[in-house]
Design a binder for this molecule. Sequence first.
Ligand code: 48F
Length: 262
Amino acid sequence: MESFVSSKIISSYFEKLMKSLEADAAVVGGGPSGLLAAAIIAEEGYSVNLYEKNTAPGGGMWGGAMMFNKILIEEEAEPIAVESGIELSPTGGGGYVADSVQATAALINRACRSGARIFNCMTVEDLVFNGENEVSGVVVNWSPVLRRGMMVDPLMTMASAVLDATGHPAEIATRLARKNEVELSTVSSGVPGERSLNVELGERNTVEFTGEVYPGLFVSGMSACAAGGGYRMGPIFGGMLLSGRKAAYAMIGRMKKVRNSS
Ligand code: 48F
């Protein structure tokens, strides 16, 4: 019985891992924008891997504001919230209040049910170039290996569209620009980082700056805000949902082109 349990875990995990080696898309980071983007990409019929460095996907959504586990979602994002199974209560003054735990669980559930392949406890530490100055995959390693500073080489998985959904640090876009001295298609040609807080502008900036910043590399959520030098917005999440959806369709545009040209 003991070896049966182990063998089923190993064989089903390795089947998933093998299938992930050549995907249409890779999403780095399982916060709200990354989870929604991965779900939409899979629902539209494309293969997608989502890498989350922590055990639990969900990013900064679980904790609400200062650990008061409630969040706000604006009117405009209501349809996405509802189709994702997020329960909303009207504030009475525009927009909705949601329970941050229920909302995060709903987005994780949607991503899992969509067929997106979720790899938790894995960190994306770098990008793959195909020699033509296009991002064509991600370099992944076990999070404990990186946290302990162990000298263990990573593995690579290929994808024609990669999403940096790593949140405030915009880790992947920053690394791409720094390591390869390339210019991103952002206002500063790099990642200036986010400005201080302005709820309205921050929400708008997050969606506005979502998109492709280098051939094959896209940004969403707070990564988009940091890449565009937008304002932070605090515990309001409509922009994250609208950004995740915008990123998904921008990536699908590229994946379609890549499929048609091959
Ligand atoms: O920060 P995060 O929740 O991303 P987001 O979609 O949403 C931001 C909001 O939660 C909140 C906010 C809204 O008002 O400001 O902060 O922009 O989640 C980012 C996820 O990416 C993971 C990280 O653990 C988190 O779950 N992550 C970061 N770097 C890596 C990574 C990496 N290199 N590899 C894998 N996962």
